[in-house]
Write a protein that binds this ligand. Structure first.
Ligand code: NAD
Length: 466
């Protein structure tokens, strides 16, 4: 059984310990870089930018070579990722594959030039230019994939990048940095690891021209405040509390697997996981039972062990938060249809939990639990479900599930968020924009929109030729 949460990132001089969440024990160290080192690192990123920004074709060739190198390093990267993050090994391989795919996708994009035609006798043109050194700060749930969502478009656009992973998951990102260095010019991408205030100082560094951050809403606010000091551009991808609304014509058995995994994959540690389910009162017991049955039959074991479907929660702080939300809901009168407790073994394992009869004001409903605990709520009128789904400061995603797709889409249209799905939840294409509203985000990631978020317009006016 896991005992007291450990202090995160206990240090040993110039390194800090990295824990295996499947045991709760340290298994390696990472460099504890100090904020004072950032001046030289950002300066070198600036110098490297002068060469990197010049030739889009050379950049594309380097990014394609980088993608090949990442793919080839899968057998080293994936087990290390599972060891420090906890997810089942096949999911780590998938994360490596998506990292390579993202490099290839953005390698194909080029900063364009657009004529401005407004009838005046001048020849004006917008030439899209890179910004300079970009700071990329990422969380621990998808360390490689989320890093690539930042560095691939930034590099393709001609910027250089200083990348800071979470201190909970620094090792696979460091290895990724070494792999990328075999294909990219020196100092074009630098990985820095360390404990706070390293991230805070990176976000506010005067040499950084764009801070692209993924993480929690409170840290996002701190990052925005830091970037304000240098007036750097800010892109924030923050937390979510996505609702899934089941309509009364839904085929529960048909959708139950998809709905369950949309909430529980990666132990629910996904910004756009389903975090609350609204089911019509008539189908409520059937929905709870279908989800509980899946929760009970899920194989929970260390991610490196064959057959694991869910690994541990990533870290002691998150484990304590999830445990607190579940206990609080049970104290508020909820019923655990499955799970509801930690598992009696080392590491941060929590039983996949389905909570029924949860009061709507319980924090597991109103906040982001970010763990393997799913509240299911009953509604009588679909308008009430939509209102409840929208009654939140979060605005990342949402989904509607039913047999009549037009009706489902009409309900989905009413959700206040950046992305809605019908009969599934959480799938993203590399080519689509991804942008939370309300407190879930600022700016746009993904596709050509994420690419142009790393560019600025440079306008040239000249008279028309006589
Ligand atoms: P976090 O905000 O605690 O940390 C994110 C990163 O910020 C880490 O690298 C951390 O070291 C760094 N950091 C901490 N304090 C900082 C500061 N003052 N200034 C600058 N950087 C600082 O988030 P987390 O717990 O690692 O990740 C979980 C959160 O991330 C959840 O809320 C989840 O929803 C969110 N998330 C959002 C998306 C999205 O795309 N919207 C994707 C994944 C995760």
């Amino acid at each position: 059984m896991t005992t007291e949460p450990r202090r995160p990132h206990e240090g040993h001089g110039d390194t800090f310990a990295v824990l295996d969440p499947a045991t709760g024990e340290p298994f390696d160290d990472a460099p504890d870089q100090q904020p004072e080192e950032l001046d030289a690192i950002v300066e070198r990123a600036h110098t490297a930018w002068r060469g990197w920004r010049v030739d889009p074709d050379a950049r594309a060739a380097a990014l394609l070579a980088a993608a090949d190198a990442v793919e080839a390093a899968g057998p080293d990267l994936a087990p290390l990722l599972t060891r420090e993050q906890g997810k089942p090994l096949p999911e780590s391989y998938a994360e490596v594959a998506r990292t390579a795919a993202r490099l290839r996708y953005f390698a194909a994009l080029r900063p364009g030039t657009q004529p401005i035609t407004d009838g005046r006798p001048v020849r004006s043109e917008v030439r899209w230019r890179p910004l300079g050194p970009v700071a990329a700060i990422v969380p621990w749930n998808f360390p490689l994939q989320l890093a690539s969502a930042k560095f691939a478009p930034a590099l393709a656009a001609g910027n250089t990048v200083v990348l800071k992973p979470s201190p909970f998951t620094p090792l696979a990102t460091r290895m990724l940095g070494s792999v990328l260095a075999t294909a990219l010019p020196e100092d074009v991408l630098t990985v820095v690891t360390g404990r706070e205030p390293l991230g805070e100082r990176l976000a506010s560094h005067p040499g950084i021209r764009h801070v692209t951050f993924t993480g929690s809403i409170p840290t996002g606010r701190a990052v925005a405040r830091g970037a304000a000091s240098s007036l750097a551009r800010v892109t924030l991808e923050l937390g979510g509390n996505d609702a899934a609304i089941l309509l009364d014509d839904v085929d529960v058995e048909q959708i139950a697997d998809r709905l369950f995994w949309a909430a529980f994959r990666n132990c629910g540690q996904i910004c756009m996981a389903v975090k609350r389910v609204y089911a019509p009162a008539r189908l409520y017991s059937e929905v709870v039972d279908a989800l509980a049955q899946r929760a009970k039959s899920t194989v929970v074991r260390p991610g490196l062990e064959a057959g694991s479907q869910l690994g541990p929660i990533n870290n002691a702080l998150q484990f304590a938060r999830v445990e607190h939300y579940a206990a609080r809901a049970l104290a508020d009168g909820a019923r655990a249809a499955a799970g509801g407790h930690r598992l009696d073994r080392p590491g941060y394992f929590f039983a996949p939990t389905i909570l029924a009869d949860v009061p709507s004001e319980s924090p597991v409903v109103t906040q982001e639990q970010f763990g393997p605990v799913l509240p299911v709520l009953a509604y009588r009128r679909v308008e009430d479900a939509v209102e409840a789904a929208n009654d939140t400061g979060f605005g990342l995603g949402g989904s509607v599930w039913g047999t009549d797709l037009d009706r489902a889409e009409a309900v989905a249209e009413q959700l206040e968020c950046g992305t809605v799905w019908i009969n599934h939840h959480g799938e993203l294409s590399l080519a689509q924009p991804f942008a939370g509203i309300k407190e879930s985000g600022v700016g746009v990631a993904g596709g050509p929109w994420g690419f142009s978020g790393n560019l600025r317009p440079f306008v040239v006016h000249r008279p028309q030729e006589a």
